[in-house]
Design a protein around this ligand. Structure first.
Ligand code: HEC
Length: 149
C-alpha cells in the first residue's frame, strides 16, 4: 500500500515537474502572439467606439509585430524545414490583412475595416490550424518521440 502510494506520488510529481518546465520556458513566439491578440481586440473595441485612429494604430502594431530572436527563429526554421515557406506566407497574409485594416481605418471606411478584420482572423486561424499543434508538440513536449527530423 505504501509502495503504491509513493509510486503514485512520484508519478504525480513527475508530471507536475514536466508541466512546470514546459510552462517555465515558453517560446518567444507565444508572447508575440499574445500581443497580436491584444492588438486585434483593441481594433474590435475601437470599431465599437468608431475610433478610427485607434483602430489604425492597433492594426499597425499587428503589421509590424516583433519577431522572435534569431536563435528561436533558427529552431523554428530547422523544425518546419520545407514547410517554412508556407508558415512565412501565412504570416504575410496576416500582415497584409492588418495593413488593409490600417488603410481602411485611416480612410474612416467602417465596412472595409470590418471586412478586413474578418480576413485577418481567417488568416490567424489558418496558421493555427496548420501549424500550432506540431509547434506545441515539438517545443513543449520534448519527451515525445514523434519528431519529424
Ligand atoms: C504564421 C503562423 C501564425 C499566424 C499567422 C498567427 N499565429 Fe498565433 N500562433 C502560432 C503558433 C505556432 C502558436 C503557438 C505558440 C506557442 O504556444 O508557443 C500561436 C499561438 C497563438 C495564441 C495563443 C498564445 C498562448 O498564450 O498560448 C494566440 C492568442 C495567438 N496565436 C493569436 C494570434 C492572432 C490574433 C493572430 C492573427 C492576428 C495569429 N495568432 C496569427 C502561429 C501563428
Amino acid at each position: 500500500m505504501s509502495i503504491k502510494l509513493s509510486t503514485a506520488a512520484c508519478l504525480a510529481a513527475t508530471s507536475i515537474a514536466l508541466a512546470t518546465s514546459a510552462a517555465a520556458q515558453p517560446m518567444e513566439l507565444r508572447a508575440v502572439m499574445q500581443d497580436m491578440s491584444k492588438n486585434l481586440q483593441a481594433v474590435v473595441d475601437a470599431i465599437s467606439r468608431e475610433d478610427w485612429n485607434r483602430a489604425a494604430e492597433s492594426a499597425a502594431r499587428i503589421v509590424s509585430h516583433p519577431q522572435p530572436s534569431d536563435a528561436e527563429k533558427a529552431r523554428i526554421i530547422t523544425f518546419f524545414g520545407p514547410d517554412m515557406g508556407r508558415f512565412k506566407a501565412l504570416d504575410s497574409k496576416s500582415s497584409d490583412a492588418a495593413a488593409q485594416i490600417e488603410r481602411s481605418a485611416r480612410a474612416a471606411r467602417p465596412q472595409e475595416v470590418i471586412d478586413s478584420v474578418a480576413r485577418l482572423q481567417t488568416s490567424c486561424l489558418e496558421c493555427h490550424q496548420t501549424f500550432r499543434e506540431r509547434f506545441i508538440n515539438q517545443f513543449y513536449q520534448p519527451d515525445r518521440i514523434t519528431r519529424r527530423q
